[in-house]
Design a protein around this ligand. Structure first.
Ligand code: ADP
Ligand code: MG
Length: 174
């Protein structure tokens, strides 16, 4: 996928209460304006990368890009599970992510157990992939350090290389 790594950030909004937290796998949702900026070659499926909440630490993440049932599956949704145990929810905070690689397509599961097993497999895969030196580098990209919490609520940018100047190409999400 030529658009990877793909950098974007936006406010964490409420999802549709599909109970991901109850499964032990909460997913932070991005607003439509972030999703609408996704390049065409980033299709639905499961991705791995790095994520940071507000000005906090950068953690590994897995992201699901899927069809949003709220819009009768005509719009995509982007849901990020940050591989870190947070003390509290962070609705309203800015989530910054870099999508680094693709794991697998979306699919449906016969049981909750099968779904949870698949997600845990994705998390394990993300942890391994992100240890590769070219991926570890992205963790300290300027994109994560140059963010000021007073900036606009969403922005997106992409970079075809892991250049540290990615933050210069941020465009306003509106
Ligand atoms: P919603 O349907 O509102 O997205 P979820 O059950 O998916 O609800 O929970 C998502 C929320 O949980 C996030 O918006 C965030 O505030 C919180 N949260 C806590 N820990 C995490 C985490 N490790 N990764 C993602 N979100 C988390
Ligand atoms: Mg969610």
């Amino acid at each position: 996928m030529k658009s990877l790594p793909y950098f974007c950030r936006g406010e964490v909004i409420r999802g549709f209460g599909r109970g991901s937290k109850e499964l032990g796998i909460p997913t932070a949702n991005f607003p439509d304006c972030v999703v609408e900026h996704l390049p065409a070659d980033i299709g639905t499926g499961i991705y791995y990368g790095w994520a940071c909440v507000g000005n906090g630490d950068v953690h590994k993440m897995v992201m699901s890009i899927g069809w949003n049932p709220y819009y009768k599956n005509t719009k995509k949704s982007m849901e990020t599970h940050v591989i870190h145990k947070f003390k509290e929810d962070f609705y309203g905070e800015t989530l910054s992510v870099v999508m680094v690689g693709y794991i697998r397509p979306e699919r449906s599961y016969d049981s909750l157990e099968a779904l949870i097993a698949a997600i845990n497999g994705d998390i394990a895969e993300a942890k391994v992939q992100l240890e590769r030196p070219e991926h570890v580098k992205l963790r300290s990209d300027n994109f994560f350090t140059s963010h000021s919490s007073s900036s606009s609520s969403s922005a997106a940018s992409s970079s075809s290389s892991s250049s540290s100047s990615s933050s210069q190409t941020i465009i306003n999400g509106h």
